[in-house]
Write a protein that binds this ligand. Structure first.
Ligand SMILES: [Zn+2]
Length: 103
């Protein structure tokens, strides 16, 4: 990612990448023109998906993370998901039908 100084138009460089979350970071940027000295912060974040990943689910980051968990932690996660996720809907010719209800 290239940045240009808003004050003088010179090339600018990222001096620090402060990752706030998996989807958002703040970049600290400095102008390369010594006489200018302008420094500022830019935000970089995930906005939305244009095409889903074609990788099989077993190659996903989430799957690898769950695979690395201890069996007891996995059980706890499954129980938590059952409580927190909305019911799974299945579309039938007669319309949507709840096939699993949490809680
Ligand atoms: Zn500048």
């Amino acid at each position: 990612m290239r940045f240009t100084c808003r004050a003088c138009g010179a090339k600018a460089t990222v001096t620090k990448n402060h990752r706030i979350s998996a989807d958002y970071a703040e970049l600290y940027i400095s102008c390369s023109e010594v006489l200018c000295g302008h420094r500022w912060v830019e935000s970089v974040g995930y906005k939305h998906e244009l095409a889903p990943s074609q990788l099989p689910i077993k190659d996903s980051k989430v799957f690898r993370l769950i695979s690395s968990m201890a069996p007891a932690e996995r059980e706890e996660l499954v129980e938590q998901l059952k409580k927190e996720l909305p019911p799974v809907m299945e579309v039938k010719p007669n319309g949507p039908r709840i096939i699993r209800r949490s809680r």
